[in-house]
Each structure stands twice: as structure tokens, then as C-alpha cells.
Design a protein around this ligand. Structure first.
Ligand code: GLY
Ligand code: MN
Ligand code: MN
Length: 435
């Protein structure tokens, strides 16, 4: 893996040429008082270094004479390590992580300027760590004070994101291996959950079964808070209370995926808690499924990013018109977004090191073109909330549709020939959802 991190750094350095890039590790997040959440490295930092400790800074200085990759890290401290766990330390930062030079983080202010002073710009994304943003701006300000005398130095700060996130968008074979593993574990958990869910059981019991399997299979845990939403709870997109007893004749929507190492899966299935769909549930389910299948078929190299979303919207709107939930002419209903009360989110997002992964969707007016190695989720849904207000000039949905929420979500890899559904191991046909 070290060779791959190195190759990524070299690819980035080639693009930044005479600039210097600076990356800050993720902060430790506080759960309460002096208890902290389990540390997770910032995805950009991890992508370039594989180094997963806090209080670190990575510098890439392609033009520097001696050191191109520099790490600032927490030094070894046996007394502290007894409490906080193992630290790599300065020496091993060079040996294990391939840094040309490494320093204790306390020496940042002293050692950083030598890597910035001859750069023509600083590549740094102003992030959530405001203190570090300030540290960097202060360094920049100091260097600029001497600019008149030297005539060299960084005259601008530029975000690294456009370069780095374009790289992250295309998954390498080793990243794909991790994504497949995350998908496989999540698939197993969904298949187990579908058999486990029964009328009378609680949503949190299903959640526990899913997350138990995640950990049992070596995943770190959920990639995002698991959504186990029965009945009308499914109409709340980010319902995570998961504390309701499930009833017969209801649907259960499960949106859950694991983080395997630093890579994530994101799967949703919706199925009857009891044995069969009601006619209304089935009618809506079939529309969402058809929308999802048509959308997946549009995940192809060369297609603009929005095509699978637009495809899903059209199928959903046609279906809603057939059922009389929407009234009017299809193109106009789409144009005027009359479906929005029942379908308010987009049909997918990039997936990778982040669940909502980085990378641009649009370049000005032009949508990103899908290419082999991209991974997207495809997740259309319909949500006829109990109290939903229809769009202007649209009918009130009949009582019998109310309280039904459905989403079907898969993780789809763009391949040279078309697409591969990484999460195809969870069934989704009407017959397979019933029992
Ligand atoms: N589970 C988050 C999402 O589907 O985007
Ligand atoms: Mn999801
Ligand atoms: Mn998703």
C-alpha cells in the first residue's frame, strides 16, 4: 500500500509543480467531557499518506531540494501512550510512511517556512480546523512581508480540492477491493436483517443485528447512522431514532452500510415487515424499482452524471400519474418539479472514502462525464408522508397512499463496458421481498 500512497503523492506533486501543498489531520472529536470519539483520519490526508493519527501535518514540496514529503507528527511518549494508545513517532514516520523528513508537531512553526518560502503558491483547503487555518494564514502573511526583498514566495493560496478530488473520484484496483469488501459485508447484513425483521420486533433490534454483523466481519462499524424506519418513519429521510415496534402490514426501510477500513457502502432496501405487500405498497414499490433499474442502466462511461437522475425522475413521475397521485402532462410535471413533495432528494452521489464522496458533479453548465472507476449510489424513492402537502394545483393524495415511504439504493461501479452493481447480492424484486 505504501507504494500506492507514494504514487498518489507523486501524481499530485506533478500537478502542483512549484507550489507547496499542506494537509491537516482530522481533529479529535469530543463525545462528552473528556471522552473522545474513535479517531478517523481526514480522508484527503489518509488518501495521500495512510497515516491515521491526529495532531499531524503533511507537506508536499515538489520543488524543495532535499525533502518532498514531510510529516509533522506527535512524538513517541511512552507515558502518554499508556493512556492514549500507540503512536508512530517521528522516526517511524520516515521508515513506515516514507516521509523524506519528519518532525515533532511542536516544531511546526519553526520548520514549516522553509518548505513554503520558495513555493509560488500554497495549496491548502481552508477546512474546519479554524486554528490551523489561522496558523497557515499567519505563516503566509509573514512570508509575504519579505516578498519585496526576495521577489519570490507564495503569492496565493489555492484550494487543493479540484486536483486531489478529481484523483479520488477514480478508484484504483486496491480501493475497489476495499469497496467490494464493504459492499459484501453490508449485503450480508441486509440479507440477515430482512429475515430477522418481524411484526412485534423493534427497529433497534434490527439495527443491532446489522451492526453486529458489520463488526463481526471486521468492518469498523456503520459508515453513517443506520436508518431502520418502519411505517411512516420511512418518510423521514434521516430517521435514526430506530425505536419503534414494527407492525404487520407496514414496510420497513433499512438504509445501512458499513465502513471497511476507510471505505464505505451505502445500501437501502424496503420490504414488508410481515409476509406481503399491501396493493398500495406494491404499486409504489414497483414504480421505485422500475425507476432504479432504468437509472442503473444509465450509469455508463460517457454519460453525463445527471442522466441517471433524470431517468429515475421520469419513471417516478409516469408512475405517479398512472396512480393518479400526480395529474398533468409528464414533461410539464417534471419541468415544474411537481413531484418534489414525494421525491425531494437526488438519485445518487459519489461513494468512496467519504459516504457522500468528494468530486465535482458539474463544471459550470456541464455535468461531469461518468468514467470507468467512478462509483455512484443509485437511490430513487417515493415518500407519501402522512401530512404531506401536494404541489400547487396537484390533488391531495388519497388516505390509502399516506404513510408509505420507499427507497431502493445500490452502489454502482462504472466499468469500461457499462456498470457493475457492487451490492447486487441483496435482492429487490417484489417476489423476493415477500415471504
Ligand atoms: N445513507 C445516506 C445516503 O443514502 O445518502
Ligand atoms: Mn443510504
Ligand atoms: Mn446514499
Amino acid at each position: 500500500m505504501q507504494a500506492e500512497y507514494k504514487a498518489r503523492r507523486e501524481q499530485l506533486m506533478e500537478k502542483i509543480g512549484t507550489g507547496t501543498a499542506v494537509f491537516r489531520s482530522a481533529p479529535m472529536a469530543v463525545m462528552h467531557n473528556d471522552v473522545e470519539y474513535v479517531f478517523r483520519q481526514d480522508s484527503d490526508f489518509f488518501y495521500l499518506t495512510g497515516f491515521n493519527e491526529p495532531e499531524a501535518v503533511a507537506v508536499l514540496a515538489p520543488h524543495h531540494e532535499e525533502h518532498q514529503f514531510i510529516l509533522f507528527v506527535q512524538p513517541k511518549d511512552p507515558e502518554k501512550e499508556v493512556w492514549t494508545g500507540y503512536r508512530t513517532g517521528v522516526e517511524a514516520a520516515k521508515e513506515k510512511y516514507g516521509a523524506d523528513e519528519a518532525y515533532p508537531i511542536a516544531e511546526l512553526d519553526e520548520k514549516l517556512p522553509q518548505y513554503l518560502i520558495n513555493a509560488d503558491r500554497i495549496y491548502y483547503h481552508l477546512g474546519r480546523d479554524r486554528d490551523f487555518n489561522q496558523t497557515l494564514l499567519t505563516h503566509w502573511q509573514r512570508l509575504m512581508m519579505g516578498y519585496a526583498k526576495r521577489g519570490t514566495g507564495p503569492i496565493a493560496i489555492e484550494s487543493t480540492n479540484p486536483i486531489l478530488h478529481a484523483m479520488r473520484l477514480v478508484k484504483s484496483p486496491s480501493e475497489l477491493e476495499m469497496m467490494r469488501k464493504a459492499a459484501a459485508i453490508s449485503v450480508e447484513a441486509h440479507n440477515h436483517a430482512r429475515h430477522f425483521a418481524q411484526p412485534g420486533r423493534n427497529e433497534y433490534e434490527v439495527q443491532a443485528e446489522i451492526e453486529h454483523l458489520f463488526r463481526l466481519r471486521g468492518a469498523i462499524g456503520p459508515a453513517y447512522p443506520s436508518i431502520v424506519a418502519s411505517g411512516a418513519n420511512a418518510c423521514i429521510l434521516h430517521y435514526i431514532e430506530n425505536n419503534r415496534q414494527m407492525q404487520d402490514n407496514e414496510l420497513l426501510l433499512i438504509d445501512a452500510g458499513c465502513a471497511y477500513g476507510y471505505y464505505n457502502a451505502d445500501i437501502t432496501r424496503t420490504f414488508p415487515v410481515g409476509k406481503k405487500f399491501t396493493p398500495e405498497q406494491k404499486a409504489l414499490y414497483e414504480i421505485v424499482l422500475e425507476a432504479q433499474l432504468h437509472a442503473i442502466a444509465q450509469v455508463q462511461p460517457g454519460n453525463p452524471y445527471n442522466l441517471f437522475h433524470d431517468t429515475a425522475v421520469r419513471v417516478l413521475v409516469e408512475g405517479l400519474v398512472d396512480l393518479g397521485i400526480l395529474k398533468g402532462e409528464i414533461d410539464q410535471l417534471i419541468e415544474e418539479e411537481k413531484y418534489k413533495p414525494y421525491y425531494m432528494h437526488r438519485t445518487g452521489h459519489w461513494l468512496g472514502l467519504d459516504v457522500h464522496d468528494v468530486g465535482v458533479y458539474k463544471h459550470g453548465e456541464n455535468w461531469q462525464t461518468l468514467q470507468s472507476g467512478h462509483i455512484v449510489t443509485v437511490e430513487p424513492g417515493l415518500y407519501i408522508g402522512s401530512n404531506v402537502k401536494p404541489a400547487e394545483e396537484q390533488p391531495e393524495p388519497h388516505e390509502r397512499w399516506r404513510g408509505i415511504g420507499i427507497r431502493i439504493e445500490d452502489d454502482v461501479l462504472v466499468t469500461p463496458e457499462g456498470q457493475e452493481v457492487l451490492t447486487a447480492g441483496v435482492p429487490k424484486s417484489v417476489e423476493e421481498m415477500e415471504r
